[in-house]
Design a protein around this ligand. Structure first.
Ligand code: F0G
Length: 405
């Protein structure tokens, strides 16, 4: 694998160990390239299935099982916590709520640190260790930090996390502390924390935000695993929350690679759902100027996606173009209502993840999604990632319980 510019009009290619994440020619983000890899689809699908019966840690990981599409490492280099292998769960009350006969959830919150970030971190921390990195760093709304801290601890690398002070769930800060990370609190929002980290240019820090192309590679495998779970018969829609837009970009890249390698013969439409108070991609598409329309003061109850200037916005647009997808925003009220219904299905998730159900419901109402379309919503974070918001939502029930006790 080698690095290349994600802007197809630029065409710059670079060696895999190139230090920066931006293209030196045009400034767009870099990505890793499989260079037209053309496996035998039937053989490869059988190999991936057989690996599920193996006890080799690389085969048991839901990321490394798909290693033919990942950067190459020897098995003793891989830093894994047994990530991936997350279930597809049918939505019952949620299906009725959205008006759908076939709604399923892929719950990435059921990963080792409770979010989808683990899928990317296993690859990026493996790369960091292979490069001999001593300190990894990220700015975060909480989940990236927790995940990086855990994988860095496994790898014996120091972790430094830049967190927007007072703006994230305490449960996530607690995780980073538990895994031994050094915490730098930044007076400002996520965008300011990210800017501060990159501007410091501490030469010893290797950044593990989703601008790091190795993160994207690991997150890509969600689509590989999903397609396997639906017997390679792609759903009509895949719906994902949008924050810094790394995950949407990873899914777009995965779907392109799966389609080019003839592992799928149809591409699902990707729907990105943002919170109304942090809807930079929605505004950018509406303006159509080819420039990012950033949100200066992002504000939403879904703190994980309270991001005003998503770094991977161009990659996300490429993903939407390739999949004939769509982006929309939903209000905090819609997010919290959808979150409660996901809870009533016995599934649960953090607020950012619930944007998916709120978005699906809206697109069902406008007719963009049909009643019998097959829809998969990607839940990105575990219900216990943000207990405060649950207690707040249900404070009246709590008060009633106290009286009757
Ligand atoms: N859902 C959850 C639970 C998240 O934590 C994030 C991002 C997203 C969705 C959005 O994903 O950024 O790839 O578009 N959390 C980052 C963090 C920003 O620092 O934990 P994205």
């Amino acid at each position: 694998m080698q690095l290349q510019c994600s802007n197809q009009h630029c065409g710059e290619s670079l060696p895999r160990d190139f230090a920066a994440f931006d293209c030196p020619k045009c400034g767009d983000l870099l990505e890793l390239s499989c260079n037209g890899f053309q496996p035998d689809p039937i053989e490869l699908k059988a190999l991936w299935r057989d690996r599920r019966l193996s006890n080799d840690p690389a085969d048991r990981s839901g990321v490394w099982r798909f290693r033919e599409f990942l950067p190459d490492y020897s098995s003793d280099q891989i830093v894994s916590l047994g990530e991936g292998n997350t279930p597809l769960i049918a939505g019952h009350k949620t299906g009725a709520f959205a008006g759908l006969s076939n709604l399923q959830f892929k719950h990435l919150g059921w990963n080792p640190t409770g979010s989808f970030k683990d899928l990317g971190m296993t690859v990026a921390v493996t790369e960091a260790r292979a490069r001999g990195v001593k300190v990894v760093a990220c700015a975060s709304t909480g989940n990236t930090a927790a995940s990086m801290a855990a994988y860095a601890a496994r790898a014996g690398i120091a972790a430094r996390v830049y967190l927007p002070k007072g703006r994230l769930s305490p449960a996530k800060v607690a995780q980073s502390l538990d895994y031994g990370a050094e915490i730098v609190e930044v007076d400002g929002n996520f965008d300011q924390a990210l800017a501060m980290m990159t501007e410091r240019k501490s030469s010893s820090e290797y950044f593990l935000n989703s601008i790091n192309p190795f993160r994207v590679e690991g997150q890509k495998t969600t689509m590989f695993e999903l397609m396997e779970q639906v017997d390679w018969n792609p759903p009509d829609f895949v719906v994902v929350p949008g924050g810094n837009l790394g995950n949407s970009s990873a899914f777009g890249k995965a779907l392109r690679e799966l389609s080019e390698a003839r592992l799928i013969d149809r591409v699902p439409r990707l729907v990105i759902v943002q919170a109304r108070g942090a809807n930079a991609l929605v505004k950018t598409l509406a303006a159509g100027s080819g420039q990012l329309e950033a949100v200066v003061e992002p504000k939403t109850c879904a703190s994980a996606i309270s991001i005003g200037a998503p770094r991977s916005w161009r990659k996300a647009l490429t993903a939407l173009n390739f999949t004939k997808g769509n982006v929309l925003d939903v209000s905090d009220e819609e997010i919290l209502e959808a979150k409660s219904v996901i809870g009533l299905d016995g599934i649960g998730c953090e607020p950012a993840s619930a944007t998916t159900l709120a978005g699906i419901r809206r697109l069902r109402r406008t007719g963009e999604i049909g009643e019998h379309d097959r829809v998969v919503a990607i839940l990105t974070g575990h219900v216990l990632k943000d207990p405060d918001i649950i207690l707040k939502t249900h404070s009246e029930r709590m008060a009633a319980a106290e009286v009757s006790a």
